[in-house]
Design a protein around this ligand. Sequence first.
Ligand code: PRX
Length: 625
Amino acid sequence: MDTPENSTPCSYENFWQNEAEKLPWFKPWHTVLDWQPPHARWFVGGEINASYACLDIHIHGELKDKTALVWCDETGVERHLTYSDLYKLVNRIADALKQKGVKKGDVVAIFMPLIPEAVAAMLAVARLGAIHCVIFSGFGADALRDRIRDVKATLIITADAGRRRGKCIPLKETLDRALELDSMVKTVVVVKSTGYAVSMHEGRDIYFDDFLAQASSYCAPEAVESHHPLFILHTSGSTGAPKGVVHATGGYLTYVYSTLKEAFGITKDDVYWCTADIGWITGHSYLVYAPLMHGATVMLYEGSHDYPTDVAWWQIIERFKVTIFYTAPTALRLFMKQGVDDIARHNLSSLRVLGSVGEPLNPQVWEWYARVVGGGRDPLRCPIIDTWWQTETGGFMIAPKVLRDHDAVKPGSVMHPLSGIEADIVSSDGLPVEPGSKGFLVIKKPWPGMLVGIWGDNERYKRTYWSRFTGMFDTSDCAIKDRDGCFWILGRSDEVIKISAHRIGTAEIETAVLSQGAVAESAAIGVDDSLRGQTIVLFVVLRAGIAISDSLKKEIIERVHKSLGRFIVITDLFCVDRLPKTRSGKILRRVLRALVQREPLGDLTTLEDGAVIEDICAQYKQFEK
Ligand code: PRX
């Protein structure tokens, strides 16, 4: 990456400086970027507060009584919180947290469904300069326990249960299981959201209303240094435990504010609906921080796309006159399968931007999105903005600039890097590849939304993102750049699996499988699925003397669901005698994937014992060519 040679900001730094000036800083920075590869510090010397930037700036002006959050559930019940309502709630939560001793730099875990209190909890933690660690409410007890332990949280905010497809998903119960062996957690705050019965642990658990009972209606925002961590969010890599990706305050806020404006042209008049959950990065950046800083009205829907009917989402767009709709291709593929008649009955004319994220948006789905949801309107008036980015990048990196530059979009391409971003495609030795050739997607200059580290593991940060290509950020994605400089994302180059756009690593799944005592070894393979993007096929080797049966298969799968969550879709389980491995003992998952997908097996010379493939094919005839 380029290192600034003198103290004069170069053009991309100038660009980011101008963007940062749009935010309310308590103290200005003296240096735009301090780049000590691979560590970047943005807006050094500046002080800011995320909750202040999202709320305080609005509550003395015209946005005071404007709706900040509209929440609605599957039964159609709705709640509206104005910017001043949200401000008051955030202040009270922040003050209650302060009374419990939470202070700048402490980590507070949040395990909540998509309800206004969850957004308020994030902002309240940020108000104190504490660090939030939101854990996706779909996770099972083991995944939850690992994440809480990793950040050593002593206070957790949760709810009795979440709502999904007419059922209550017990969250407090899952949390109780996760905390069974844990002594560090001192306080659990429980929002009564559904009325689902929970057991309260004497001396540790407190209901949200009681927690707030003595809280003051104002809690001063803590001015934090720009580089101070705002949150930790775990994400999966190819090996080991999930990584706690850390994002800092000033650079991150500048980045999400700027990119949401550039890509979606958001204004305070938008009714903005991002269908992601707050447990993922999209929920952090583009459901909470960026749209609130812009003073938009944010739609929150707690429920599933197809309950109580297949048209739940389209009813929401019509009812609340949503103007910007941001979702994942996996949802669009499900709707495509259902046909268009139900959608056509709804008035979706309020929409002016259609966004996509999380997986490749292939041309057929792109065309369907434009025609059916966009109503075939002028692509400049209701454009499709496919945004490529990652938990680690903090915000959009590559996306069409239709609204700004009238970019003529090529369906299936994420088009060009946004302003201030330098992306490229390189070969395995780090050299640029010819236009049109497949290679590794890298970022060549630091950007303000860049993660600042992995919680508690600087070596892993360096190894994971900076060791493969000298001076370039390794995204772990494969892509193509065509002759016009447009990017086409092909997918991960590592073993990260994407199920319905949710990111999960093979290592986490295999650990859960191995916790079923009958399993000696396992390999989790991500295989293509026309609706969900990918699903999982498991290969297991059982301990000596144990035979596979339908009930054991069910137990293994149930173990994964309990441990990691029900969003993990396992479509097949094969019991084999051995797994294909390299001489150094590494499982060759790509060979198993090729077998399942009936693709060429590729180079087998690294296999320790080639006969293993023949054995598997002899056992499972469907793998034979
Ligand atoms: O493989 C890319 C895919 O999602 C990965 C990042 O996942 P996560 O950190 O969970 O963040 C998802 C939301 C930002 C990337 O490495 N991905 C993300 N957006 C796209 C995409 N693949 C193709 N097209 C996209 N627009």
